[in-house]
Write a protein that binds this ligand. Sequence first.
Ligand SMILES: [Zn+2]
Length: 364
Amino acid sequence: MVSILLFILETLITTVTAQQLCVPYTSSFTFTSGYPAIWTTPTSDVFNTQEFQQVNSSIDWSKVPNIKPHTLVNGVVDKTGYSASDPDCWWSYNQCTSPKAPGLQPDVVLCPEPGTLGLTYDDGPNCSHTVFYDFLKEKNQKATMFFIGSNVAAFPYEAKRALTDGHQVCVHTWSHQPMTTLTNDEALAELYYSRKTIKYVMGVTPLYWRPPFGDVDDRIRAIAQQLNLATIIWNLDSNDWNMVPAGIEQPAQIDDIFQGLVDLGKNGTFANSGAIVLQHELNNGTMSKAIEWYPKIKSAYKHVVPIASCMNVTRPYAESNYTYPSFAEYISKNSSSTLKASYISLIFGVIAIFIAQLFSISIF
Ligand SMILES: [Zn+2]
């Protein structure tokens, strides 16, 4: 009985501590110069710096298709007047992922391993993600995190935890704009400064990025590719980003979508190749849904892994001293750790029952 009370007390303390951690730490990282203002599209303030001009001149602009930036209408990219033949492989128009301009790599849209789900969370790091990251750690589950540069600058210690916990960190731009609406300089700066922030805070240079809203075309792909950033999209969308209060869908509607993802994992849809699911670290609602549905998702798919592992990419960063587990390594480590954890739980369970019987204490 005492142990139960202690457990409840410990849980309460952990919850309170987790909430307190949401107050950003005072860090030694500074973003006062050499970076765009947090959460704003980069402007001439950075374009005129020597650093950015060097980055700009390192790009072979003859390889970047001359596509006019799109415009926003009521916050959404305007598709009016765009050719139905989709000459620019514009994802927002047609979900195109096979570039039409020469020399561009196709987007990554799925995990090649059959029955395997690539787990991705966008828009972090989140100030209040401690409970969520603790959950993933407890489950020995790694994921691919697409970090917004401005969030990394605002929450550097939260960002560092992702790398420490073994998640794969990728670029998700500086200020989360629809990239096809930006000028070449703006798009280049969005990618360059978010990558620079990740390197400054975490010490790694990601080789992968994801466009916010999936909004990419051959012009943006060409700029990203010259920064050694390959494009990752998805083929399953949880729609969690659109849940109230941030969005307009009710939690029950999001539950239906998650149930659909579970069904797809079980019904043979991915018998020959896997999937990549889009989820978000956006707010407590999306993180809670991720925790709630994880057990069913995990049991519906053969393997649930980060993208680097399902693609057998052992070097997801430019730094050669950082290696990531291959698919076989990830699966074997994950399975054995899970097995080990199960045995430990079993042993402790048996001991607890034995002690309870010894002292005739009811543990229920
Ligand atoms: Zn996003």
